[in-house]
Design a protein around this ligand. Structure first.
Ligand SMILES: *Cc1c(COP(=O)(O)O)cnc(C)c1O
Length: 377
C-alpha cells in the first residue's frame, strides 16, 4: 500500500532521536511513576490549553471518567443524573458516563458538522439533565455562540471530550475564558492514544480545567484517592500517566502549532483537489483555527461507500470509517435505546469515509490521493 491509512512509524520518525534520548534518560532516572517529568508535562499542557490545571492520566477514557467521578465527590453530579452526548461519537465518551453510574442521553448530531447543535441539546433537556458532554469530533470544536448562550444560562456542567481536538482554538470564548480545545467547558478530557494528533507511544490522556477543586479531586482520584502519602480521602483508582510517556508527550507538544497548521494545509489541499461529483466534502469550519482535522471525512451514497473503499485500496490508498456503528446500535447499548431513532447518526455511519491525514503526508501526496479519488465512478 503506497498510502496506508495511518503510518505511525512515519508519524514518529521526525522525533526519533529526541524520543530515544528521553527513553534512555527515563530508564536511567530510577523513578518510573510520577516525578518531575509528569509535573513538567502537566505545566506545559496547562499553558498550551491556556488554563489553570492539567493532570496527565492513563488514557482519554480515564480522563473522562475521572472528571465525572470527581464531580460526584464534589457533590455536583450524582448517580442517575443525565448527561447529554452525541450518538455518533467514539464509544469511549458514552462508556465514561455509564461507568460512573450516570445516564447517557444520546442525541442525533447536526448533519453538517457531525457535532451537537444548541437545538439538539435543547430538545434533549429533561429534569434530570445535569451535564452535556461536547465531543470535538474529527478535531472540530463543538462550540458556538448558541451553545455558549444555552449553557451559560443554565446549571449544566459542560464536559468537553477533546480527545481529537488538541490545539484547536475557538473564535468564541469558553466558559472560563480560555479558547483552547479541552479548556472550553468546565472540564475537558484529552487523549494521547498513538493515533491522535499528539500521540504517546502507548496509552495516555489528560484532564484540563481551571477549577482548582475539580483539579485536586481528579489528581487524588487518579492516585488511589490519596491527596498525601498514605492518606486516602476517596476510594480512588490508579489512572496515572507514566513519566516516560510524559517526556515523550512534552517533546511532541512543543510541535503542536506546526502539526495543527500542517493538518489544516492538508485538509485545504484535499478540499481544493477533490472534484468528484460522487464525493461530498466536509463542511469547512467558519474559522480555520477551530478545527485541527484529526480526521478528514468525506461522504458518499451508502450504496457506493464500500465500493469506493475497495477502489481506493486497489489503487494503494488506505481508508477507514469513523465510525461504522453508532453508539445506540452497539450490542452493549442497543437494549437501552431500542425503538429510539437516530437517523442522522445512522446516515453518517453509512456514508462516511476517512482519508489518510497527517503531517507525514506531503501536499504532493494529498494531490496524488485526490487524483485517484477523482477517477472513482
Ligand atoms: C480516542 C477517543 C477517546 C478515548 O481516548 P483513549 O485515550 O483511547 O482512551 C474518547 N473520545 C474520543 C472522541 C476519542 O476519539
Amino acid at each position: 500500500m503506497k498510502f496506508p491509512f495511518l503510518d505511525l512509524r512515519a508519524v514518529n520518525a521526525p522525533y526519533f532521536t529526541a524520543l530515544k534520548d528521553a527513553a534512555i534518560s527515563q530508564i536511567e532516572s530510577g523513578r518510573y511513576v510520577g516525578g518531575p517529568a509528569v509535573d513538567r508535562f502537566n505545566y506545559l499542557l496547562a499553558q498550551s490549553c491556556d488554563c489553570r490545571h492539567a493532570i496527565g492520566v492513563s488514557s482519554g477514557l480515564d480522563a473522562l471518567r475521572l472528571i465525572i467521578e470527581a464531580y460526584k465527590r464534589l457533590g455536583r453530579l450524582s448517580e442517575g443524573d443525565e448527561v447529554i452526548v452525541a450518538d455518533n461519537t467514539y464509544i469511549a465518551s458514552v462508556l465514561a458516563i455509564s461507568q460512573a453510574g450516570l445516564t447517557p442521553v444520546l442525541v442525533d448530531p447536526d448533519p453538517l458538522t457531525a457535532c451537537l447543535s444548541a437545538e439538539g441539546i435543547k430538545r434533549a433537556l429533561m429534569p434530570r439533565s445535569r451535564a452535556v458532554m461536547l465531543v470535538d469530533l474529527y478535531g472540530r470544536l463543538n462550540w458556538d455562540a448558541d451553545i455558549r448562550e444555552l449553557v451559560m444560562g443554565s446549571n449544566l456542567l459542560v464536559i468537553e471530550d477533546a480527545a481529537q481536538s488538541i490545539g484547536a482554538r475557538s473564535p468564541i470564548e469558553g466558559i472560563d475564558g480560555s479558547r483552547m480545545a479541552g479548556a472550553i467547558g468546565h472540564a475537558g478530557a484529552l487523549s494521547f492514544y498513538p493515533t491522535k494528533n499528539i500521540g504517546a507511544l502507548g496509552d495516555a490522556g489528560a484532564v484540563v480545567t481551571s477549577d482548582s477543586d475539580l483539579a485536586a479531586a481528579v489528581k487524588a482520584l487518579a492516585n488511589y484517592g490519596s491527596n498525601r502519602r498514605y492518606h486516602n480521602i476517596y476510594k480512588g483508582f490508579n489512572c496515572r500517566l507514566d513519566p516516560i510517556q510524559a517526556d515523550f508527550l512534552s517533546i511532541k507538544l512543543a510541535d503542536l502549532e506546526r502539526i495543527s497548521a500542517s493538518r489544516r494545509e492538508r485538509a485545504a489541499a484535499y478540499s481544493h483537489s477533490i472534484n468528484s461529483p460522487l464525493i461530498k466534502l466536509p463542511t469547512p469550519p467558519r474559522n480555520p483555527e477551530q478545527c485541527v482535522w484529526h480526521q478528514y471525512v468525506v461522504r458518499l451514497d451508502a450504496e457506493s461507500r464500500n465500493r469506493f473503499m475497495d477502489f481506493m485500496s486497489r489503487n494503494g490508498v488506505g481508508t477507514d470509517i469513523h465510525y461504522p456503528t453508532p453508539v445506540h446500535r452497539q450490542p452493549c447499548y442497543a437494549a437501552e435505546y431500542e425503538g429510539k431513532q437516530f437517523p442522522i447518526a445512522d446516515r453518517l455511519a453509512a456514508q462516511s469515509v476517512s482519508l489518510p491525514m497527517g503531517d507525514n503526508l506531503s501536499i504532493a501526496d494529498i494531490e496524488e490521493i485526490s487524483a485517484i479519488i477523482n477517477q472513482f465512478q
